[in-house]
Design a protein around this ligand. Structure first.
Ligand code: CTP
Ligand code: MG
Length: 165
């Protein structure tokens, strides 16, 4: 049981680091160039910036390279999939939230906590299908879906205590 949780956290760390670093590294230039979508609302909103996207991806990627020193588990393509995919999932969620009429920062429960996980998995499936099937077994995926929202809420609490978010 505990080894499954440990394994899950290890495998998800590049995505976790990517997602939480974007909050710290977020800057001024919105990915959507402040443009509106067909419905007259912002495509993504001011909460999705290039420095968050690029910085988050690099942070997750670097974290995975460091984990590889201890145990070589992540191919480079997979690291890209997990870290960049997390950022893509987060942006897809913002796109959906704007279409639902939610302003930047307004909450959409579960989507806010699992968007980056979905993106990380989808992109990783694309770049490393076999690696994904071997490493993200059904118990690992179920564990990830359960612990990610819990960790997300805990990290946000820690962040606000430290004055980051
Ligand atoms: N952030 C960023 N660029 C990204 C992702 C995140 O700059 N690609 C930063 C922004 O400062 C953002 C913060 O991280 O406000 C928190 O991210 P998130 O909760 O995903 O964005 P929200 O501000 O809540 O916006 P949304 O409603 O679109 O989710
Ligand atoms: Mg948010």
């Amino acid at each position: 049981m505990l080894d499954v949780v440990f394994n899950t956290i290890w495998l998800m760390l590049p995505a976790y680091i990517s997602n939480s670093s974007a909050v710290i590294l977020g800057g001024k230039f919105p990915v959507d160039f402040r443009r509106d979508f067909l419905d007259g609302k912002r495509v993504l909103g001011d909460g999705k910036t290039y420095s968050g996207l690029i910085g988050g991806t690099l942070a997750g990627f670097t974290a995975g390279m460091l984990l590889n020193i201890f145990s070589l588990r992540f191919p480079v393509s997979v690291l890209f999939g997990l870290s960049f995919g997390a950022m893509v999932g987060d942006m897809v969620a913002s796109f959906i939230k704007r279409r639902l009429g939610l302003e930047r920062g307004e909450t959409l429960p579960l989507v806010d906590q699992l968007d980056f996980l979905g993106g990380a998995w989808m992109v990783t499936l694309g770049v490393g299908y076999e690696w994904f099937c071997v490493n993200f077994t059904v118990p690992i995926m179920i564990t990830a879906l359960v612990i990610t929202p819990i960790l997300h809420v805990a990290m946000n609490k820690l962040g606000s205590v430290l004055g980051i978010s």
